[in-house]
Design a protein around this ligand. Sequence first.
Ligand SMILES: [Ca+2]
Length: 178
Amino acid sequence: MSTVVLVALTLHSPAPTSAQTSRIEVSPASLELLEGESQVVQLSLGEPIISADLEPGFVTVTFSSSAPGLVDLSSSSVTWPAADWHTVREITLTALDDGDDDPTSHQITVTGTVESNSEYYDGFPISFVVTTNDPQPTTTTTEPQKSAPATTTPATSLEAAGVSGSPGAAGAQLSISG
Ligand SMILES: [Ca+2]
């Protein structure tokens, strides 16, 4: 009887070969922050680290920002040892005050330089974009939505009117006074 079970198991469709994801996934790949706001960016590896030498495998990403004065990075680099390749690394980005009230937004590119003794990872290009905005002056946020005139013809009431059907009642009130 165990053969039946085995057959049933093999009928299970194999997991779809998760298509070639990025070697190093950055999530989110772009983010938008108001000055003073922070957000976590997660980095994860797509494959185990196979070192090309006899040393334990590692991957290190060193970050550099196109505008260090506008975005703060909680750490300048992250590292995975081979045993932890599957774990997520995080950095926190904080949009800094640019010293004016100009609503112009800034686009900052954070580039990651990847060093590894795995040929698969070494030199892999990483970058993501941070857009910073001045906090919006909180203008009066009154609801401009005038509620649309209520359509008072739901189907149910029409049906009800059709059933009860006493159209003469309204007409009777239009009596001519003379
Ligand atoms: Ca500002």
